[in-house]
Design a protein around this ligand. Sequence first.
Ligand code: BGC
Ligand code: MN
Length: 322
Amino acid sequence: MILRLCQHSFHIYDLLLFSGALTILVYILLPHRFALRYDYIDKEHIEEALLSATVSNISSQQAIDCSYKEVLADSTFVYDAAHRAAILRGQEIRLGGEYQPDECRARFSTAIIVPYRDRQEQLVAFLNYMHNYLRLQQIHYRIFVVEQSDRKPFNRAMLFNIGAKVAESYGYPCLILHDVDLMPLNSGQIYACTVQPRHMSSALDSWRFHLPYRTLFGGVVAISTSQFTMINGMSNLYHGWGGEDDDLYERLKVVGIEICRFDPAYSEYTMLKHKHAIPNENRMALLRSASLRMHTDGLNSLVYKEVERRMHSLFTHILVET
Ligand code: BGC
Ligand code: MN
């Protein structure tokens, strides 16, 4: 009897040891599979963290400010398929992809900037989804799609710089830098700026809703136009995939601006499938010199040609040669 008990406990001990070792091994080989704990703004404090600002000539007959209590109280979003037709008919969205609620005066004006090339199917899905989602947020916004027309490697950061310049010329105080393949899943992830720049897409389905590393500042981020200008925008030197978002993070670090995130329950995004782009071999070297370059490489060194600017029913299209 005693012998059998001993054998039994020895067996469990072995099993524990084995599973512990296995966990450590998986952690080393697949760090993306594990959540890092990170600071975030919880539900109760989201509203006070928002940066209230609109374009100066916002026209609204309404005298009362919109209330955001309801938008921020609920973190679930149910896509309203019935509304798709109304959006496609352009009943609510103004030419150029601009919207503002007509029941009340919006307290936030946001330029959503989307770098783009060769992803027509995703762009159509994105526009339909986003207008459907955003009209529930009671904000004033406009979607700018910045398309790279040349065949050089894709320069995501440079397209953001171009979009930011255009958005600024329209008076937008808040920029949301947005990948075309990401869609928000929670209504409470309000498309407005926070006092601190915000990493919005921190709980991505393709990473099992976990944040891979704390300084990740890519996918979807919100930053005020004045903060973006203060750090000279993003680098123009990242051709191809990777690193440009880490460079942006470095710039903020240099000037002492910390980023923030919302509660993970408010930060869920889904990623549309696509082929992996070719990584930029040079990205690590560039990243090492991020702080040295930031004052000479960015908005103040931006050279491009605007080939066309066209107002579509669901977006403003800016076609550029980089
Ligand atoms: C790249 C970033 C990218 C991140 C997540 C990093 O290694 O440098 O540009 O956003 O991985 O995919
Ligand atoms: Mn992508």
